[in-house]
Design a protein around this ligand. Structure first.
Ligand code: ADP
Ligand code: MG
Length: 368
């Protein structure tokens, strides 16, 4: 509902982007099989684009003629959509381009958005080809909904856009280490987590956040208290909640007392992977970053229990004293442990201080 939702009204045809190496390397056969059949049956005109290298999709989307494109459909994991969203924001016409309807069809090993989109329909959980068919069905129905986008600032000055997650510590390490189990498909995260659990460690750094309205009863909506400096060259909406990195966070932020963590995860969606429900109350455009962190001191058994519970999304009911969950609108992370890994939407990002704020409903996603 609302002005931003409705049928796909745009003329033209869909651009289906496939990463042939995503997941177990099965995306092309998924296209040639169920996906093509579905789109043909539903008489959805589309063009197939097979990516040839990393950032190929990003480059194509940056320069493509989008006037004839009714939607950009990603048949891959979350990494290819990350490329597409950043490619859209790199265009001169980014304000229009980011309104291009996007859609995800799970073809990778990390299909967090696809699993989330299915979860939001409140249907029973499904995996693999059934999840693909569920997302394919939603694509043919063609309802366009707003999608939250995070604007990320890195200490190098680089600005990135994220639709899914920022991870540091245990989850980021598992994400990158489990690349080598990619042949296992979606279970690679669980297998990676179990292996990492044997030698889990702590990570030092500072974390601060701006609570979302309602997250804490003592804080009101403090939107636009910080006036960003004008940046005429910059693409993307102004980050009105962020003070520059290097300056203290604004006064209405919460600075986390502890500086020893096992993991920090900021997610926009319910699912972290097909079988991990990190933020069961998340919605596609709730305007919230769901921040979870686990403080040092947690036992191996307690951490294992959390991950097992996360398969069903019941970890927040575990009453684990080391787990903290907050709904926030912006956050800052300053890792002190070095070297280290930070992932953004499952992709390894530049390691160092970063901050992010949510831009509610800034993009468009075809979903239920
Ligand atoms: P998975 O869920 O299996 O990780 P992704 O869609 O996340 O699948 O893609 C994995 C990585 O491959 C991403 O970093 C993406 O940018 C990159 N990529 C996309 N197309 C190609 C390609 N043709 N060759 C190699 N890497 C690619
Ligand atoms: Mg990936």
């Amino acid at each position: 509902s609302g002005a931003a939702s409705g049928q796909v009204a745009r003329a033209g045809r869909m651009m289906v982007l496939v990463n042939p190496l995503s997941g177990r390397g099965q995306a092309m056969s998924l296209y040639a099989g169920p996906v093509q059949r579905l789109l043909t049956d539903a008489a959805v005109p589309h063009a197939l684009i097979v990516t040839e290298h990393q950032n190929h999709a990003r480059e194509l989307v940056r320069s493509a003629d989008l006037s004839e494109c009714s939607a950009l459909v990603i048949l891959s994991g979350d990494g290819l959509l990350f490329e597409v969203i950043n490619g859209l924001m790199e265009r001169e016409d980014w304000e229009q381009a980011i309104l291009t309807p996007l859609a995800i069809l799970p073809g990778g090993s990390g299909n967090a958005l696809a699993a989330s989109v299915h979860y939001y329909t409140q249907a029973d959980p499904v995996w693999g080809v059934e999840l693909l068919l569920s997302c394919g069905f939603l694509l043919c129905k063609g309802l366009v909904r707003p999608l939250d986008v995070l604007s990320l600032r890195l200490s190098s000055g680089l600005r990135l856009f994220s639709f899914l997650s920022i991870a540091w510590g245990f989850i980021a390490d598992v994400d990158i280490e489990s690349e080598r189990y990619r042949y296992m498909g979606a279970v690679r995260f669980m297998v990676g987590a179990l292996i990492r659990l044997a030698s889990f460690r702590t990570y030092q750094g500072r974390l601060a956040f701006l609570p979302a309205p309602g997250d804490s009863p003592t804080l009101g909506d403090s939107s636009a208290l910080y006036l960003p400096r004008p940046h005429p060259e910059e693409h993307g909406p102004p980050d009105d909640l962020l003070a520059p990195l290097g300056e203290p966070v604004p006064a209405d932020w919460t600075v986390v007392e502890e500086q020893d963590f096992v993991l920090v995860l900021a997610t926009s969606h319910s699912h972290l992977a097909e079988d991990l429900v990190a933020a069961p109350s998340a919605g596609p455009a709730d305007g919230h970053i769901h921040l979870l962190y686990v403080r040092a001191g947690v036992s191996r058994v307690a951490l294992l229990k959390l991950f097992v519970a996360m398969e069903k999304g019941t970890h927040l009911a575990c009453e684990c004293p080391h787990l903290v969950y907050r709904r926030v609108r912006a956050l800052r992370l300053e890792p002190a442990t070095s070297p280290g890994v930070i992932t953004v939407d499952g992709e390894q990002a530049e390691y160092g201080p970063l901050q992010a704020q949510v831009h509610r409903g800034y993009a468009r996603l075809i979903s239920g």
